[in-house]
Design a protein around this ligand. Structure first.
Ligand code: SDX
Length: 384
């Protein structure tokens, strides 16, 4: 029996769960790097698929490598009609994150051969998951409205094709580029809850579809990726700048968390929030202002005034919804879009976990009784 090596830390705060070379955060100095490259550089100069390649394979692709990767993804975007028919049976009122988790897991039924020591198997799973997840998100959205899903368009790049499949229209090029940058910004973020979930699942040597399905389920919660949807609902509830101060005071009095604020690692405003705020402004310049942006800015000011001392600032989920809303995307698809991006990070961690795998099996501190008697049912007293 092993010995316990450190004190219990609720939420495993500050406890390393892996050695990783994928991304790095300096939460005091506003630094986020993917494979050593600053997020600001990638947002300016890269594309989502190039960034995904970098995260997953550990180096920038050459021109040939990128062409092959993009082509492979292009040719695997379609989903099998049985998956589409399965999704057709999902209730229209179901949340798209639940639909995505179920569909991602279902991929494992169709590609069930598991060969984790075969590089070709790994490559094919990476391509398949990156290619099919956006198609599944868009297909569920159209089918819940009673429409047939739109087939992927081979002439369109990753982000443009996703918006096309979702909205049934050719998107504005600026909106497509902004979405691609959003995907870069959400692609990876060290040992967050969903990535931890992916690594724990990976450590059992199960298939990659189960790994991604478990991560999608974890991302969905309102304390994690689900917060981007909650932020927009909150901005709608506040309604106007004049109501902001009273809203914040009410939340603080009721010990209620303000969505899109705070972070386990960031002690400054999340650099991704700074970049997303800028993307929102770029989009508004072209397509018109959004009144909720003013509410968001006033909310940031009010929260910073009251909670800045505790180092509570906007996180990645605060401004992203305003960008997606301006693109005409419904709020319950914001978290699935986060998932489309984060698949890149989850796959990078899946691959890394397999290199020197040891199954995750932490310990616990038992707080229950010992040697308790069995009480016959007729003698049991009602306990609350
Ligand atoms: C994501 O980890 C990642 O990297 C995640 C992510 C990624 O890219 O993968 O960045 C994506 O999940 C972003 C976070 C989205 N969630 C939210 O916006 C929900 C609102 N935020 C919080 O619930 C909270 O800040 C968390 C969940 C993000 C972090 O939780 P922690 O680290 O456990 O912090 P905590 O809840 O223990 O809070 C510490 C203190 C408390 O005050 P005290 O009791 O010490 O006086 O800060 C306060 C909290 O009350 N606080 C907040 C607050 N967040 C923290 N107070 C009001 N509103 C908030 N949002």
């Amino acid at each position: 029996m092993g010995t316990t090596i450190c004190e219990y830390q609720p939420g495993l705060a500050n406890v390393p769960a892996a050695e990783s070379g994928i991304s790095f955060i300096d939460g005091d100095n506003s630094i986020l790097e993917y494979r050593g490259i600053a997020i600001e550089e990638l947002a300016k100069k890269s594309t989502f698929l190039e960034t995904a390649y970098l995260l997953i394979w550990g180096h920038f692709p050459t021109k040939d490598e990128l062409d092959t990767f993009e082509n492979d993804i292009l040719h695997h975007r379609r989903i099998k009609y049985r998956i589409r028919d399965m999704m057709k049976c999902f209730p229209e009122s179901g949340h798209p994150m639940d639909a995505l988790q179920t569909s991602a897991a279902a991929l494992g039924l169709f590609y069930s051969r598991r060969a984790l020591d075969n590089p070709e198997y790994i490559r094919a799973a990476v391509v398949r998951l990156l290619a099919k997840i956006p198609t599944m998100v868009a297909a569920f959205h159209l089918m819940r409205k009673g429409n047939d899903p739109i087939q992927p368009n081979d002439d369109l790049d990753y982000a443009t094709n996703f918006l096309y499949m979702l909205t049934e229209r050719m998107p504005d090029p600026l909106a497509a580029r902004i979405l691609d940058v959003c995907l870069i910004l959400h692609a990876e973020h060290t040992m967050n809850a969903s990535t931890f979930s992916a690594r724990v699942t990976a450590s059992t040597l199960t298939d990659p579809y189960a790994v991604i399905a478990s991560a999608v389920g974890t991302l969905a919660g309102p304390l994690h990726g689900g917060a981007n949807e909650e932020v927009l609902l909150m901005l709608e509830e506040i309604g106007s700048v004049k109501n902001v101060a009273a809203y914040v005071d009410k939340c603080l009095a009721n010990k209620q968390k303000i969505m899109g604020f705070g972070h386990r690692v960031w002690r400054v405003k999340d650099p991704r929030a700074i970049l997303l705020q800028d993307l929102a402004k770029q989009l508004f310049e072209k397509t018109g202002h959004d009144e909720y942006y003013d509410v968001a800015v006033a909310l940031e000011e009010a929260v910073t005034e009251r909670l800045g001392e505790k180092k509570i600032y906007p996180n990645v989920d605060f401004y992203s919804g305003l960008v997606y809303r301006k693109m005409g995307i419904p709020s319950d698809l914001f978290t699935p879009i986060f998932a489309i991006a984060r698949v890149a990070g989850w796959l990078a961690h899946w691959k890394e976990q397999l290199v020197e795998n040891r199954i995750f099996r932490p310990t616990q501190i038992y707080t229950g009784n010992h040697n308790s008697p069995y009480i016959p049912i007729e003698e049991r007293e009602f306990t609350k």
